[in-house]
Design a protein. Sequence first.
Length: 437
Amino acid sequence: MSVASIELPANGRLDQTSRDEAPSSRKKVLICAYSCEPHRGSEPGTGWHVLREAALRHDVWLLTRPHGAAKIEAELKALGITSVTPLYYDLPIVGPIWRKKHLLGLRLHNYLWQFGAGRLAKRVHNEVKFDVAHHVTFVNYYTLSAAAGAGCPLVWGAVGGAEEAPKAFNPSFSLFGRAYEAFRKFRRLAGELDPFTRRTARRATVGVSTTRESAERMKKIGSRVDEIMSECGVTTVEADQVSDFPIRDGNTVRFISVGRLLHWKGFYLALSAFLKLNDDSEFWIVGDGPDRPRLEAMAAASPRGNRVKFVGAVPRARVLELLRDADVMLHPSLHDSGGVTPIEGMAAGRPVICLNLGGVATKVPDDAGIKVDALTPDQTVNDLARAMEKLSADSALRKQMALRGREVVREEFLWSGIMDRYDRLYDLAITRSGVRR
């Protein structure tokens, strides 16, 4: 079957009967996680959670940077996990400097790191004979992976990054925002032309994408795409913790948004919509970032500005406290590949209002929230406002969506369940590795 001919079903998964069966057993697994750290969100959290879940089932070699070594090893010891062998690698001399300066430096460091880490992976594979390698972070389809050089079957992903903000939104961004979007597109296209990235794509025994947009780009550069799934989730302990949050039915509805205040996160759209309402609702914005002055100016210019609360960046424990006292989560991101915030919102029994874009739209079902089409900024703001009005006025609907959201998290987004899916993909990779493509 050629790469271009792969058709995925509506749920993004291959039917189990279409896979060659392979016995599930304890394996020697190489996990490539450039970013990996316990008690963190985003990329470091993704790397850590996959490592932890895999180590409960397999013998794992972790290929990562040394800067998080102390935290990783301390947490493994605290959990009593002894099945992990760390493989630390960093670029000589200037490596630690590059990665700390800024995002561009971090991306360049990641790219160059993969070459040296790949040589280390191959050297260890020659001794250990890994059953399968798994590239976990960074979650980008447009850069190479050290795991592709190990010489064993490779599960690539879940990776994403192909999602784009609709062009109609560019004029609503700041000058910096427009420059950021242009550079992001250039970086992605340059990555697709990179022969080392294409080599990773060709060597992927199993390809996993976060969204259909990314799946199409992966196939265009030569990768298989066997499954579309979330790259992040929550632990059973976390889900249990927030499932006790009461579903409020008071008259004052509290909306909450959590994340870095960046233009592409769409907070300005959510705030514009909120300022159109004519009720007693409140809007809590949790996080910090370069878009905060713009958002504060918008609130200050509105008669409803006193109903907007800028909480700033706070520890995760404080985020959960705020989530307990909120009613509806707003997550209006314009091009997220995924993100754990809407999953946490559903786990807490908070209906999610999001845009019908990217990975977030695949996470939130229609009966656990409201997805708003994003065609133009004005249309999006108006439709967000209508969605907020609808949930503000209907406490029964909020409760119905809250209960469904909690069910969805248990069914789809617990880390243990995500690892079940990866285990099946490990088996598929091992079975397929002897088949010439």
